[in-house]
Design a protein around this ligand. Sequence first.
Ligand code: ZN
Length: 383
Amino acid sequence: MQFSTVVGQKKVIESLIQTIKDNRVSHAQLFIEQQGSGALPLAIAYAQYLCCENRSDIDSCGTCPSCLKYQKLEHPDLHCFYPVNTNPRNPKPPVFSKDYTAEWRSFVSKTPYSSLFEWLKSLDIENKQGNISVKESQEIINSLTLKSFESAYKVCIIWMVEKLHPVAANKLLKVLEEPPEKTLFILITQDYEYILPTIISRTQVVQLDRLSNADVAGAIEKHHNIDSSEAMNYAKLCEGDYAHAQEMVHLGYNEEELMDNFREWMLLCFNRNVAGINSWVDETASIGRVRQLNFLKYALASFRKALLLNFVSLDVLPILEHEKAFLAKFTNFVHEGNTMQLINEFDLAIRHIERNVNPKIVIMDLSLKVLQLLIKKVPQGAK
Ligand SMILES: [Zn+2]
């Protein structure tokens, strides 16, 4: 993987390259990202660049023996660890990352931007938690005590380090503090707050930027043969999450359908039609996680647009033709007395669906909250 294949992140790439040029590569780095920002492809591109035998000022060569092995994730000095669990092929614990090496290489080569959920799904364990176990931490330490085979550097990437068992994390403290010479640890996280402070204090933090809509749209246009305005529609809906954007492109989506579904739901909530809400929730719970996320993100964006219509005219906002009539009425029910709560409830529901909480419970709960919030009156003195 080369820097040229990484979406956006130009500033971070420049500063990583500079540390190599200045010979001050920090031996333990913590890449913090929001899902879909590309920390994994960036980490691999960085490691490949570090070990490339013929690197330029801006990228690895892509053709030297080291790069060729890195591109297949087969370099003997690259060690990757990631959350796993038992599956039909490996039914008995303990299971290790190395039990899934072939699956990992294929997954990362095809979809380097994918989510933890998609990784677990590819192993047929989407209903389990993925973990990095205490026994795995010994594997991590062992991999570093081996002398490097071919490169100057041994690289150890731990993906989703927040899934590291606390005992395993404690076992790694010493090696993080005093690693063998010419070793680079890259820890990747999407949940910074779940990482032990003792780990954080031993690493150099590299904060990735959330991808811009232009970055995501450009990448969709390039890789999926989609015209620029449609690519921008996908990007806006995904808010910087390229993993989600790719899932959406793969599934396809119809904005008019989303809008009709949203209108139906809001009418049910507004009319307090609990029986209707019940069957709507049943139906929505059955459409699959990615479609649920698309829908909830669309709904959230619609609330924001409806709120903005309190202050600006229809023509100023990027509202599609078929949304105009509904949003012009709906804006009367979205105001400063309920917007923040509505947005918080939608954010929470989206996080729960992303973390695989039962969709029926999440969406029913959200519907009841929306029902209560929509009938809230505009606060006195407003409007
Ligand atoms: Zn090279």
